[in-house]
Design a protein around this ligand. Sequence first.
Ligand SMILES: [Zn+2]
Length: 81
Amino acid sequence: MFLKKDSILSVPGGKMAVPKRRKSKSKVRTKRAHQAIGTPNLVPCSNCRSFILPHKVCPVCGFYKGKLELAPKIKESKSEE
Ligand SMILES: [Zn+2]
């Protein structure tokens, strides 16, 4: 097996590098302050105009690129049994 000279596996003893100090609460929280999930990009469906995720079949009408690709789910009433 070919190993680069700077590979972690070529360290004497064959052990991985380990952080010298644990990160302070402040450092961890400062990093995590920027990890929030943003709002999804929504586009209007070409058929029914409801907002959908781009490049996905519309979950309301089942259309994609102007064609019916997936039959929309119709809620069945339980009294029909
Ligand atoms: Zn639609």
